[in-house]
Write a protein that binds this ligand. Structure first.
Ligand SMILES: [Zn+2]
Length: 172
């Protein structure tokens, strides 16, 4: 369904009716908006499938996976992130449909039968980027300062605890 590289536009109905999984690579130079905040590395991949529920919206689902380089906000060196996200688009053909779309889908407006595929994927990638790109532990001899320790992350190990572990190991 796709050639090697993700196309800019997709004929929405033809893709939905085909109901086939299509895989494509993300060409970094196609994502200019993203490139202002992160460097998309070659090798990013996306898989998409179309389907139509009898009484529901036309849906494009899939998964996108890529690596980006960003600038660490602590040491200003490059930090690499693996991004992976699920896609669940509900196709809408008018503003009115957008309002009535089931909330489990992200609305994607189809204009003149075409879905702006790269733009929609770029939106997804922007949402996957970390708000504050940072190494888990910077190599550059950076030491935590008291005012930085006020917002520990509950979900993952705090970079500060990694640093203090390293310090303890060196001390023993
Ligand atoms: Zn860093």
């Amino acid at each position: 369904m796709f050639s090697d590289t993700l196309p800019e536009l997709l004929n929405a109905n033809r893709f939905i009716d085909a109901q086939e999984a299509a895989t494509a690579v993300l060409e970094p130079k196609h994502y200019q908006r993203l490139s202002q905040v992160a460097t998309l590395l070659p090798g990013g991949q996306i898989t998409l499938t179309g389907r139509r529920d009898p009484f529901g919206p036309r849906v494009v689902e899939g998964r996108v996976k890529c690596s980006v380089e960003m600038t660490c906000q602590r040491c200003l060196e490059t930090v690499t992130y693996e991004l992976e996200g699920m896609i669940g688009w509900g196709l809408v053909f008018s503003e009115l449909e957008m309002q009535s779309l089931d909330k489990q889908f992200d609305p994607i407006l189809v204009v003149e039968g075409q879905l702006r595929l790269r733009e929609a994927v770029e939106d997804e990638l922007m949402l996957l980027l970390p708000m504050m790109p940072m190494h888990q532990a910077c190599d550059s001899g950076w030491k935590p300062q008291a005012e930085d320790v006020d917002a520990p992350s509950a979900e993952r190990e705090s970079p500060f605890s990694v640093l203090s572990q390293l310090k303890n190991e060196q001390g023993s």
